[in-house]
Design a protein around this ligand. Sequence first.
Ligand SMILES: Nc1ncnc2c1ncn2[C@@H]1O[C@H](COP(=O)(O)OP(=O)(O)OP(=O)(O)O)[C@@H](O)[C@H]1O
Length: 717
Amino acid sequence: MIFNKPTSSKKGTFDPHDRARVKHTRYGVWDVYEEKSSFASAVPGGSTFEKYAEVVQCMPYVWRTIKDIFSIPACSILLVIFFVMELTKAVVPALALWYQGQLLEIMQIAIDTRTVDKDRLLHICTARIACTIASRLLSTLNARVEHSLLWRIRKFYDAHLFRARARSTSRRSRRRPSSASSTTSRSRPRSCPPVPWETLNMIIGFVRAGMQASTQVFVLAQALSTQRDGWLLAALTMSAKTFHWLADTGLLKGRAQAWAATTTNPAYLKIHGWLRVMNNPVHRKEIVAGNLAEFAVSEYETASQSVGDADSAFRQWQLFGSVRNRFSIWSLFRDSLDELPQIFFTLRAVQYPANMPVSLASLQMVQETTRTFTYNMFELIHSTQSFASQLEQLRKLYEVAHVPNKVADGTVSFPEDSAQVRSGFALEFRYQIMNVSFKYPGAENYALKNISFRLLPGQLCVIVGANGSGKSTILKLIVRLYDPEEGQILLDGHDIRTLKLRDLRQAISVLFQDYTHFPLSIRDNIAIGDPSAADNDEHVRRAARLGGAEGFIEKLPDGFDTYLDRPVRDLYAGMPEGTTTLFGRKVDYSALRLAGGMKPSETSALSGGQMQRLAVARTFMRSVVPEDPKVGLLLFDEPSASLDPVAEHDLFNRLRELRGNKTMLFSSHRFGNLTRHADLILYMNESVIVESGTHEQLLKEDGGYANIWNLQAQAFL
Ligand SMILES: Nc1ncnc2c1ncn2[C@@H]1O[C@H](COP(=O)(O)OP(=O)(O)OP(=O)(O)O)[C@@H](O)[C@H]1O
């Protein structure tokens, strides 16, 4: 039962198991966990103050952003221009208002005396038009300045994130923020402005709004100073607007602060599983070849029927939540309050029929100005609230550079000399003090239990065993993707935790079973095996040859320049290729494509075995090239799983020939002749080493290894 789990009282955490703070409700197939209103949110205006407190906490990041932006070439001057123009823009509405007041005064005089001061009218109209033109010009100019600022800032922060992610081993830092141009956990399109700019622009917006409001108040005060009851009218109009705002935003109400929803309904999960299958082209091949269409439809329909309209209960709850938040006692008054200024004005007109307390012109102006003024003020308050989440994104952007790597760096340089590399390293999973045991983070079971073995320099070790027995995990621990919970791993007598990570990983070459290919050219995909020789074309070709990849690469139209997955898609006009326009013209981009020499966007189709040869070539790039003195330990996890028997045989022979004296460790199911040459075979089962020794010794033992060896041998009898 989930509620029996320990609860977290850490500030700022949302723990669904904490019954005191979290309310659990079931809506259809969904379990919803709502945070009960905190004291701050229960007190009117409390949640607003809570937000302001968050804003204050994040202020150092704003200061850092300003300093960073000022350090970008040309940004300081552009920013100053932008700021000055924004402030100038803020004064324009007050000027326009002042001229509007003058115009209304002329109208009032014209009604009262039937005369018009034509020169004054012309002057005011010209000034009013000038205000509009100035406002437009300022907006256009500022849009240009903003554009220049934007791309500089985007470039700076994209580079910041790229560096942070490249250095980090944590998946968390790679996930968030999604890009400098857009933080937040879910990725926003690159077209969104960068978060630092959004934040700075927001602050400039506050200054502008403050300036705009104060100049408007000044002009209004001038206009009202001569009007009896003018201030009263302004206050009434403003209070009506304030009520509107309070009713709509619920600023004074307590609200639920956070909620989370989850579902474990099997039918609902199945529906979404099948929806994903149909939406993802990866599955198409198996759906078609397996003749699964009808089965898929029937599974989907059965699951849909079983769920019924249970899903909609959650949507209703969400909808109701937003409606509920909008309803308040203030909303009952708001519409009638709108009429208050007119009612007041009419009553005063009846009271003083000969002497209107406020001129008609002023009435219009006061109402208009108060409306825009209150609107601006509320916008300002609103944006200070979203400012808190904006600052939160900014904080994440800076924190991403400081997400600590789980594996702590060591201090000892390694190896001491290149002779050590040439002769290979000794490797030991400590077996005298405490053997090595390891659980993956969050896992309950051990992936490795009580492991100990010792490899002398230059020896070949092959790890064999059933799926999930822990073979790959041994390799992962050697390159310190994880650290063992118990025991020590020694490389040439050093605990690998004491070695500088950079040196350790430089001294070891590893080919993982679940290797990936980068969305770069084939040349780059091989070259990154040894960045120091990446420009050496001959070196890259030799690695490709040794990996058995050169032959098929040269047959590709673009050879080594082929992109396995083009990272940039071609762009075409909105109309899809093959459609016919209204005037009967067929949309065909092939001519354009040829004219521009564009290459097709699609991924180059390589077979699984060819992909594996590329991965092996990458390993050869840094490890087995004979004169390369950097690597002294070679790790291979199932390097031949996708290779044909001839390629596998060639690969194993080449590896044995080229490794020289280097220490080599293989994990393999299809070990062929490899184990015959091994100095040590480890046979694993269920996270432990069950048998260890040479091929002959293990055959004599007639245990698990002998059994699988015989099974493999029988297949060829
Ligand atoms: N990232 C991970 N998180 C949690 N558990 C994992 C992770 N990777 C592997 N495991 C678990 O650790 C155990 C050992 O896995 P490992 O990949 O080392 O097995 P293996 O012997 O290499 O298997 P195979 O022969 O199928 O490649 C398995 O039970 C597996 O489920």
